[in-house]
Design a protein around this ligand. Structure first.
Ligand SMILES: Cc1cc2nc3c(=O)[nH]c(=O)nc-3n(C[C@H](O)[C@H](O)[C@H](O)COP(=O)(O)OP(=O)(O)OC[C@H]3O[C@@H](n4cnc5c(N)ncnc54)[C@H](O)[C@@H]3O)c2cc1C
Ligand SMILES: NC(=O)C1=CN([C@@H]2O[C@H](COP(=O)(O)OP(=O)(O)OC[C@H]3O[C@@H](n4cnc5c(N)ncnc54)[C@H](OP(=O)(O)O)[C@@H]3O)[C@@H](O)[C@H]2O)C=CC1
Ligand SMILES: Nc1ccccc1C(=O)C[C@H](N)C(=O)O
Length: 492
């Protein structure tokens, strides 16, 4: 019998999910190697690079996942982020309307710079993790468990390759690891784009205002215009990163500076006034148009050899602010599955052999996580209509009022059981009444699929209450009408 040796994991992608996965498996005693195609961000001034979306909203699920690996990380990010307590709706006439996310407990989502988040996570990795920057996975042989990378100096894939027990693809939406897995496994795969593009714009700091914030610092700002919208998230330096979400078909009509100017002045006059027309139009002309895509794949694991986490496994449109939060949560769930299956840091399987215990654990991760990933991708799509249009509707205000009132009368409290290493979601069924936003954003004890189920049940109750009150109301009106008619007939 061969002697035990450390399990070797090769993680592709040192984005936020890859970095947290590396730290988590290192803490479990695995031998970890991490490859990243971009430059080493450590010790640099965390200036925006070619990374898209300059800032992100991190909320309870992401913070809980960070805490589960290293409590000081969650604390650090919370200190470096800007809390946003609600949406600030900007109407065309310039009126602003605050819609608080959690009117009862005042919980917030947090705006944080993406480069800073990524850099801090990579900086938290101990030197015993081997990190290769500017190394791009070009090919992986999943049968023999050998990965081949290339770098600017060595354009062709390295000849000998790097052996691993497990390769984890944290390489984003266009994952190469996933492409290789799809050749080995009957993987169900779907990819669908929405008709909208996103374009980032910049609202500079205003030195005449406290902290430089031209609009309220502690809100996520939305200029909803039904079929499109502009949003703004605050940065530490007093500026805001604005993102315009607009159908490509409309974009194609804004080919001249004059047309773009008319568009902004007509729909976003307050933003034009704050940013200045020239700056806004320069950004609009020069900044890239990004695609927005939903990607699902099942299973997300193959044999004991390969696994996908983060956007590589599930890309979602950004409208719930959950893509990153969900990716970080993947790491917490994986950790719990490895613990439940008692996967130790060593193995006696030879490199290249199938490790049955690990295979079962990965399969179990993939099966357990599947419904939650589908649910959040669907919820993310639904939240786009909510943000750009529903927030303006009277029905939305009624629903918010009802949610708030019923949550006070029938509160749904987070599970008394602590989130434990072996049970990542102690609340299997949400009792009482609670808003969908609360469950998705502030309740890491509730799986996404349960949030979706509970909201569907609550919607049904609302619909039935509506029908019944409608019938009763109609009945009452009818009855009163009959009585009045009778009285009139009696008198005439
Ligand atoms: C406009 C926009 C706004 C968003 N806002 C939010 C938000 O507010 N909140 C939120 O939770 N989520 C948000 N998201 C989603 C979030 O950006 C992603 O979910 C998150 O970045 C995924 O992290 P990741 O580590 O899985 O992948 P990525 O961040 O894509 O990291 C993948 C890494 O892998 C590297 N890589 C890729 N291929 C290779 C290869 N072959 N070899 C080596 N390295 C490779 C890349 O260089 C990259 O560093 C937003 C997304 C967009 C587009
Ligand atoms: N869910 C969503 O809608 C979105 C999610 N994101 C997330 O943010 C991450 C970083 O975004 P960003 O830096 O803008 O990434 P990019 O869109 O710039 O893509 C990064 C790399 O992925 C490859 N790539 C891009 N588009 C495609 C495609 N259609 N088919 C195959 N490969 C493609 C290219 O690699 P190469 O140069 O080697 O060909 C490209 O350099 C993404 O990985 C994703 O996880 C980003 C945008 C939208
Ligand atoms: N980060 C984002 C990026 C793009 C679009 C939306 C968000 C949000 O976070 C929306 C927020 N959760 C909301 O519902 O108001």
């Amino acid at each position: 019998m061969s002697a035990d040796r450390p399990r070797k994991v090769l993680i592709i992608g040192a984005g936020p999910v890859g970095a947290l996965t590396a730290l988590s498996l290192h803490r479990r005693g695995w031998e970890v190697e991490l490859w990243e195609s971009r430059y080493d961000p450590r010790g640099k001034n965390a200036a925006p690079s070619n990374l898209r979306s300059i800032n992100l909203a991190i909320s309870a699920r992401g913070l809980e996942a960070l805490r589960s690996v290293d409590p000081s990380l969650a604390e650090q990010f919370q200190n470096e982020a800007i809390p946003m307590k609600g949406r600030m709706i900007h109407h065309v006439d310039g009126k602003q309307e605050s819609q608080i996310y959690d009117p009862i407990n005042g919980q917030c989502i947090n705006s944080i710079g993406r480069p800073l988040l990524n850099q801090r996570l990579v900086e938290s990795l101990p030197p015993s993790i081997k990190i290769r920057f500017q190394t791009k996975l070009s090919r992986v042989d999943l049968d023999t468990k050998i990965a081949y990378g290339s770098s600017p100096e060595q354009k062709d894939a390295d000849e000998h390759g790097t052996p691993f027990d497990l390769i984890i693809g944290c390489d984003g939406s266009w994952s190469k690891v996933r492409t290789s897995m799809m050749r080995m496994e009957r993987m169900d795969f779907s990819q669908s784009f929405i008709p909208h593009a996103y374009i980032e714009l910049h609202m500079p700091a205003d030195p005449s205002r406290p902290g430089g914030y031209a609009i309220d610092k502690n809100h996520l700002h939305i200029w909803p215009r039904h079929s499109f919208m502009l949003i703004g998230l605050p940065n530490k330096d007093g500026s805001f990163t604005l993102t315009l979400f607009l159908p490509f078909s409309s974009l194609s009509t804004l080919t001249t500076r004059e047309a773009a100017s008319r568009f902004f002045i007509e729909h976003f006059p307050s933003a034009v006034q704050i940013v200045g027309e020239k700056r806004l139009l320069d950004d609009f002309e020069n900044n890239p148009r990004g695609n927005l895509v939903t990607i699902n794949c099942t299973p997300s694991a193959w044999s004991s050899h390969a696994l996908l986490l983060g956007d590589a496994s599930h890309s979602m449109v950004p409208f719930f602010g959950q893509g990153l939060n969900c990716g970080l949560e993947d790491v917490r769930v994986l950790n719990s599955v490895l613990e439940k299956h008692q996967i130790s840091s060593t193995t006696n399987a030879k490199l290249g052999e199938t490790d049955i215990d690990l295979e079962l654990a990965l399969k179990s991760y993939s099966v357990e996580r599947q419904a939650d990933l589908k649910a959040i991708c669907e919820l993310a799509l639904q939240n786009y209509t909510e943000m750009r249009s529903h927030v303006l509707s009277p029905l939305h205000h009624i629903r918010r009022f009802v949610d708030s009132a019923l949550t006070r009368i029938l509160p749904s409290r987070p599970s008394k059981l602590h989130l434990s290493l072996t049970d990542p979601f102690p609340t299997k069924r949400v009792k009482g009444w609670t808003s969908l936003y609360e469950m998705v954003t502030f309740r890491p004890d509730v799986p996404y699929s349960e949030a979706l189920r509970k909201e569907q049940a609550q919607k049904e109750i609302m619909a039935w209450t509506g029908y019944i009150s409608g019938i009763l109301g109609f009945g009452a009106v009818g009855f009163t009408g009959l009585r009045l008619a009778r009285k009139w007939l009696d008198r005439n």
